[in-house]
Design a protein around this ligand. Structure first.
Ligand code: GDP
Ligand code: MG
Length: 443
């Protein structure tokens, strides 16, 4: 998204407030980006309208590039739409035990996996006694699947009795829950490949018996528009209380989440982030907004950067990078900025220009937060000439520098190697266009 936007936003500079024309141009691009992220059209329209109202006439903040400012407005509105910044709404499990949680959703959406994950999570974080029960009489091995996952997670599961209907199992689960003193009973239902009346009817009956405190719709984040229709239909019949989006570890941008939230108004409660039992995250609106925007958490980075980073230096460095120049003095500036912005680990994940290979390269070069200060000390022990032309460094100079910084010569060598790698990387990023390559650096 931001690559698209850069072009538009480069033209909005130095004016007192964001004009209607500027904002509209930007919003056209945002519209496309949201559609590409699989957000449903009505939701997109509504969203764009809201952002427009907010953005037009807004004072241009001098410290940030106007483009970044609009991205921030878009982002904030996304966060708002997704449920706001506060604590994510957890599960409501108050009431007379056993409290039931009903898991609904299409086949393969991740209900069984999520049931086991939730059971483990509730057991561990709330110290409650949890029982899981599979009501899936459709798929031959479905009940065994849940029982096995529960066992691995160290959670109790209802003994399997063949030949019972889903409704009968639900009754048995609730009475077992009562008799055996469980706080929570998680009911994992059967899904279908698509919604049909029979499934809905069955689910409604189960709900009547178990009177679930939570009815969670489990949906696959990778399914786009269909998810919205699914959510609508389930919500009509089941009085859903929340959404769980699975496969957030996949390539999808999570636009479906936004659409489902928009259509149902339901809180998104959890995100499934792997096939493993611990792969369940509490929902975080800010993080998902960043993902839908396609720039990770670039927005908060912008917030920090605009407050802390010396704009002049950043500009100078951006120009040098574009020319493929990056000396040790630049590296020192860079190290300082990294420290200001929460350290390297806080930033690496979010740089759009930084791919896995580059990250690996930096990690293998021993470039981590604890080293930042030491690196700076080494550079400070060099003369300006040495900083400008690291190639000139001879053994005697290295010894002097090491002594000055209180380190060993291999540390100096390491730093020089790291600098060469960074310079290489900068060159690559510079070639891709210095634009948006690094935070706080205007294109
Ligand atoms: P159900 O039919 O709704 O019960 O779906 P399952 O729980 O059986 O999950 C279907 C498949 O999706 C299984 O292979 C799971 O391992 C996988 N799965 C579920 N949740 C996630 C997730 O959050 N991430 C990934 N990568 N896979 C998941
Ligand atoms: Mg299942």
């Amino acid at each position: 998204l931001s690559e698209r936007l850069t072009g538009v936003f480069d033209q909005i500079t130095g004016r007192g407030s964001l004009s209607e024309k500027d904002v509209d141009a930007a919003l056209r691009e945002i519209r496309v980006a949201l559609l590409e992220a699989d957000v449903a059209l009505p939701a997109v329209k509504d969203f764009v309208k809201r952002v427009r109202e907010k953005a037009v006439g807004e004072d241009v903040i001098r410290a940030v590039a106007p483009g970044q400012q609009v991205v921030k407005i878009v982002h904030d509105e996304l966060v708002h739409l997704l449920g706001g910044e506060g604590e994510p709404e957890g599960l409501h499990l108050e009431g007379e035990p056993p409290v039931a949680i009903l898991m609904a959703g299409l086949q393969g959406s991740g209900k069984t996996t999520t049931s086991a994950k939730l059971a483990k999570r509730i057991t561990e974080t709330q110290r409650k006694k949890v029982l899981v029960a599979s009501l899936d009489t459709r798929r031959p091995a479905a009940m065994e699947q849940l029982a096995q996952m529960a066992e691995r997670a160290g959670v109790a599961s209802l003994p399997i009795v063949k030949g019972q209907s889903a409704v009968e199992i639900a009754k048995r689960a609730m009475s077992a829950g009562r008799l055996q003193g469980y706080d929570v009973v998680i009911l994992d239902t059967a899904g279908r490949t698509s919604i049909d009346e029979e499934m809905m009817g069955e689910a409604a009956k189960i709900a009547e018996i178990a009177r679930p405190r939570e009815t969670l719709l489990v949906a696959d984040a990778l399914t786009g528009q269909d998810a919205v229709e699914t959510a609508r239909r389930f919500d009509e019949r089941l009085k859903l209380t929340g959404l769980v989006l699975t496969r957030m570890d996949g390539d999808g941008r999570g636009g479906a989440a936004l659409s489902m939230r928009w259509v149902t108004g339901l809180p998104i409660k959890f995100l499934g982030t792997s096939e493993k039992i611990d792969g369940l995250d509490a929902f975080d609106a800010k993080r998902l907004a960043g993902r839908i925007l396609g720039r990770g958490d670039i927005v908060s980075l912008v917030e920090k950067a605009s407050a802390d980073v010396d704009q002049d230096k950043a500009e100078k460095l951006a120009r040098k990078m574009a020319k493929g120049k990056f000396d040790l003095e630049d590296m020192r500036d860079q190290l300082k900025q990294l420290q200001k912005m929460g350290g390297l680990s806080g930033i690496m994940g979010f740089l759009p220009g930084m791919n896995k290979a580059m990250k690996g390269q930096m990690a293998s070069a021993g470039f981590d937060d604890t080293m930042l200060k030491r690196q700076e000390a080494i550079i400070l022990s060099m003369t300006p000439a040495e900083r400008a032309k690291p190639d000139l460094m001879k053994a005697s100079r290295k010894r002097r520098i090491a002594k000055g910084a209180g380190v060993e010569v291999p540390d100096v060598n390491k730093l020089l190697k790291m600098h060469r790698q960074m310079a290489d990387m900068m060159k690559k990023m510079g070639k891709k266009g210095a634009k948006g390559g690094m935070p706080g650096m205007p294109g």
